[in-house]
Design a binder for this molecule. Structure first.
Ligand code: NAD
Length: 589
């Protein structure tokens, strides 16, 4: 938890002594991390250590917090103007010659918006990453727009944010917050953070919490009412901005940033399925996004908007920079899925038993927009190969954020014609492949403790009985149930699990599918025939890929994709007898 190896110094400014900690090489770009309420600089410890190998990382206790001294009197000592004085004093000390990259969380972000929009810091900030803390000026205008031109939607937004701001009203009452923080609330706060925010119990928050929280109440009292009532008209960002929004933030509505482009025209947006305290719960993702943004903006003329690490795909906000592994990525749905994630700016690991096909997918993923893409050869049914793959991926690329267990094979033919060997093959790939993937990569995700998502490609055959596909359908029904069970188990760890049931999709699967109980010539004839039928249906794998990304964003449990898959799902639920009658019909092949 502590800032191991940090160099500390004290910076004096306006009668205050600020405690400043530095990590990493001073010749590297300087990244300044500003903490929020009720925190001290240690809230950044996990992010700081992840950045320290590439950057000069600077953290400081905001006045009145941690080991910085507090103004006397407290009232009027925490205005944004004074906080800006402190920031300038810190960067004068740690990076006098070069602009710094600013990162703020919660109140650290609120005050950083001031730093990034006032004239006297112009030229001193190379980039600004904001999370969970809006500009009070932008917020003030946001409220005014909604009060002056109310529509039902805008009133809803006002009420929504109003309800989330209950604690702000509380903090404006005199004395009581101080008493609470120095008494029972201060004692119970670590437990509350663990329970409600899922912040790991690793010694954070620090012992200074009660006085941090009592002093920090003045951040609100000195600024909120006055700024919201009279927001500045010229609060335009003079540095490139990256906005990271946790979607489960209990204190801030996403809607607050609807008009951000007016103030920061080229802002790069990122979203995270997480709660408010992301510096504690998602340090890997934050460090990756900060590093990417800092690198993209390093050495640019200040004030010139970054071309940035901007991917254009529809889901770029959510998947940019994430590590996504897709099995069976050499063809069909797997390849289209790898491309869709690449388009959203994800780093892609394309796995297939066909090495050449995987390499082509990785190469094209890079061309499409993946900042990095790698090919890995593995047979998903081979337990040892999968164990080696999981080890290699973790060591070389990191813990995957999204796993797509897609590799699968087709097998057609009646039950009585299906041999034990046929069964083994289809279950080994379609079921065991998914089990290995979930077991090995799911374990890494769970151990990292920073969330993630697993997508398993089942099939509409999972809930549609038929005479034609008994083995294939059984394998897919098992995948569906495995996904549902795993979803229940991993929910508490912020790992979502989705089962995708595509329907009839025009891919190569028809020409490689086995047909049990017929000779080679007949098998070939049937493969051709089914390829023709699938071609006529002509549902593109890209649409399945789109459904997969959407399922992750929305954390959907079971997703039937094509209209026939959706129709069959309805019959399965509401008229299973009809589905059984259809199952008795002679297969078309
Ligand atoms: P496809 O044949 O076009 O692609 C499958 C890919 O998986 C190929 O690149 C293949 O080399 C790879 N693969 C096969 N076995 C593997 C193994 N043991 N290890 C590693 N890689 C392996 O097929 P597709 O249609 O894209 O199918 C993808 C998934 O979607 C499968 O699970 C399939 O069952 C499922 N699905 C497909 C349809 C459809 O109509 N195409 C419908 C429902 C479900």
């Amino acid at each position: 938890m502590s800032l191991v190896g940090a160099r500390e110094r004290r910076v004096r400014t306006g009668g205050i002594e600020l405690c400043v900690a530095e990590l990493g090489d001073e010749r590297q770009p300087t990244v300044v991390l500003v903490h929020g309420y009720p925190d001290s600089k240690e809230v950044w410890s996990e992010v700081a250590v992840r950045l320290a190998d590439r950057f000069h990382v600077v953290l400081y206790d905001v006045r009145g917090h941690g080991r910085s001294t507090a103004p006397r009197p407290l009232r009027g000592g925490f205005t944004l103007e004074k906080l800006t004085d402190d920031f300038l004093a810190v960067i004068d000390a740690v990076s006098p010659g070069e602009p710094v990259h600013l990162v703020g969380h919660d109140w650290g972000s609120v005050q950083s918006w001031e730093f990034a929009t006032v004239a006297r810091t112009e030229g001193r900030i190379a980039s600004f990453t904001s999370m969970s803390g809006p500009s009070l000026d932008h917020f003030g205008h946001w409220i005014k727009t909604r009060v002056r031109r109310p529509t039902p939607r805008r009133i809803g937004q006002l009420l929504g944010q109003g309800a989330k701001s209950w604690y702000v009203y509380m903090l404006h009452t005199p004395v009581l917050p101080e008493l609470a923080w120095r008494g029972p609330l201060g004692k119970r706060w670590p437990g509350i953070l663990q329970r409600l925010e899922k912040v790991p119990a690793d010694g954070y928050p620090t012992a200074s919490l009660p006085s941090d929280a009592a002093h920090g109440a003045w951040l609100y009292r000195d600024n909120v009412r006055s700024r919201l009532g009279r927001p500045r008209e010229d609060a335009y960002a003079h540095a490139p901005v990256q906005l990271i929004t946790p979607l489960g933030d209990a204190f801030l509505s996403e809607r607050l940033y609807d008009e951000l482009e007016k103030w920061a025209p080229n802002a790069v947006r990122r979203t995270l399925p997480a709660k408010h305290w992301i510096p504690r719960t998602r340090p890997d993702q934050l460090a990756a996004w900060i590093a990417e943004f800092v690198t993209a903006n390093e050495g640019r003329e200040n004030g010139v908007p970054a071309n940035g690490p901007v991917a254009t795909g529809r889901y770029a906000e959510r998947f940019g920079g994430q590590l996504v592994l897709v099995t069976g990525a050499g063809s069909g749905i797997g390849r289209a899925t790898a491309f869709a994630f690449a388009e959203a700016g994800a780093r892609v690991v394309a796995v297939d038993r066909d090495a050449e096909a995987a390499a082509r997918t990785a190469e094209m993923s890079r061309l499409i927009g993946a900042p990095d893409a790698w090919a890995e050869t593995a047979d998903v049914s081979d337990e040892q190969a999968m164990e080696k793959l999981a080890g290699r991926v973790a060591a070389e690329y990191g813990v995957v954020d999204v796993l797509v267990n897609n590799a699968g094979i087709g097998l057609s033919g009646s039950f009585l014609d299906t041999t034990a060997e046929d069964w083994r093959k289809v279950l080994d790939v379609n079921l065991w492949g998914v089990i290995h993937g979930c077991r090995l990569f799911g374990k890494q995700m769970a151990e990292r403790g920073q969330g993630g998502h697993i997508v398993n490609i089942a099939s509409a055959a999972a809930y549609m009985p038929s005479k034609a596909l008994p083995a294939y359908s059984t394998s897919k029904a098992a995948v569906l149930m495995l996904s549902e069970c795993l979803r229940a188990e991993l929910a508490g760890r912020d790992i979502g699990v989705s089962a995708i049931c595509p329907g009839i999709v025009n891919t190569n699967i028809t020409s490689t599918a086995r047909f049990a109980g017929v000779d080679a010539a007949e098998e070939q004839r049937r493969q051709k025939r089914s390829a023709r039928l699938y071609g006529l249906r002509n549902y593109p794998p890209e649409k399945v890929a789109e459904a997969i990304l959407r399922a992750v964003v929305r954390d959907e449990a079971v997703v039937p994709v094509t209209p026939e898959a959706r129709g069959a799902r309805l019959l399965h639920r509401f008229a299973p007898g009809a589905l059984r009658a259809i199952a008795r019909a002679e297969p078309p092949l």
